[in-house]
Write a protein that binds this ligand. Structure first.
Ligand code: URA
Length: 294
């Protein structure tokens, strides 16, 4: 076992989750129940640091290894949480992943009321790359503000403004249109702090009434229906960067999920396409009428 200083550091619960056998909460309960061994020794502390490349992890005596990599793109509807389970029983994005057997985790969070693109994967290096501020992967949002915003206010977003957790980086901001009472604009940021866009708009003295993530890097919503997901194409994954050069199985056996998932009994999404329409109607257009890249 290894200390947090090692390069491959991961806590045991995280390793189990990244191997695709279950959520971190499930992993912690298996570890606590004494079902997990590392290099042949039972470990009941989920926070112990291990090296997933070199330490041998077993669940119920079966060796675990990284499962085939999954890269999904979901159009998250409003009202869905990005957590695995909600104690209050609210719908989560996992309710929408019918047919996905491996455990995938959301790459960054979207607020419950935010709609739009969400990547889910079991490739932690890829996920870390997309979310890390150092990678500067741009994320683009359409915003409906609660008031009419002046050019000076949009400039403050562009230049970066002070938030409680530090100044924001400069952002790309395009006014789309003003209604009688509300401004609509597009913003592209290269960070992904908690509720960042909402907090930036709040710093201007306004509120976000609608928020849609329309693009991650060069990947756009396109024809994806709200509540639906699709696999990311290999070239899309490569364009986002952060892809591991190693083969996904590393020649080792793959185990099935330790706990069968019961998604069928969960509520099906509403598919009225309202939010998708809102995004497409408000998306800035290029000269040829196609959706413009940020
Ligand atoms: N910024 C926010 O404020 N919320 C999100 O869900 C995503 C970005």
């Amino acid at each position: 076992m290894h200390t947090p200083k090692d390069n491959q550091k991961r806590t045991l619960d995280r390793v189990l989750s990244k191997f695709g056998v279950g959520s971190r909460t499930e992993a912690r309960s298996w570890i606590g129940a004494g079902r997990v061994t590392v290099n042949g020794k039972k470990v009941q502390t989920p926070d112990v640091w291990i090296d997933p490349e070199n330490d041998r992890v077993e669940l119920d005596g079966r060796p675990l290894t990284a499962r085939q990599k999954q890269y999904l793109l979901l159009y998250k509807p409003k009202g869905y949480l990005t957590t695995y389970k909600d104690p209050e029983g609210r719908p989560t994005v996992y309710d929408l992943l019918t047919g996905v057997k491996d455990f995938v985790f959301p790459v960054g969070r979207l607020d419950q009321d935010t709609t739009g693109l969400l990547i889910l994967t079991n490739d932690s290096a890829f996920g870390d790359h997309i979310t890390s501020p150092e990678s500067k992967v741009p994320k683009t949002y359409l915003v409906k503000a609660s008031v009419l915003l002046s050019d000076e206010q949009l400039d403050r977003l562009r230049q970066g403004l002070a938030l409680a957790d530090g100044p924001t980086r400069p952002a790309l901001v395009t006014r789309i249109r003003d209604g009688a009472k509300y401004s609509f604009f597009e913003i592209t940021i290269t960070e992904g702090r908690n509720r960042q866009v909402r907090r930036m708009v709040e710093a201007l003295g306004a509120k976000v009434l609608k928020l849609v993530r329309t693009a991650i890097g060069g990947i756009e919503i396109g024809p994806l229906e709200i509540g639906k997901y699709r696999a990311l194409a290999a070239e899309e994954r490569l364009a986002l960067g952060g892809m591991s050069k190693k083969p996904s199985h590393a020649g080792r056996p793959v185990v099935p999920p330790a706990v069968p998932r019961d998604r069928e009994t969960r509520q099906a999404p509403r598919r009225n396409g309202k939010s998708a329409r809102w995004a497409s109607e408000n998306r800035p257009r290029g000269h040829n009428g196609s959706a413009r890249k940020p």
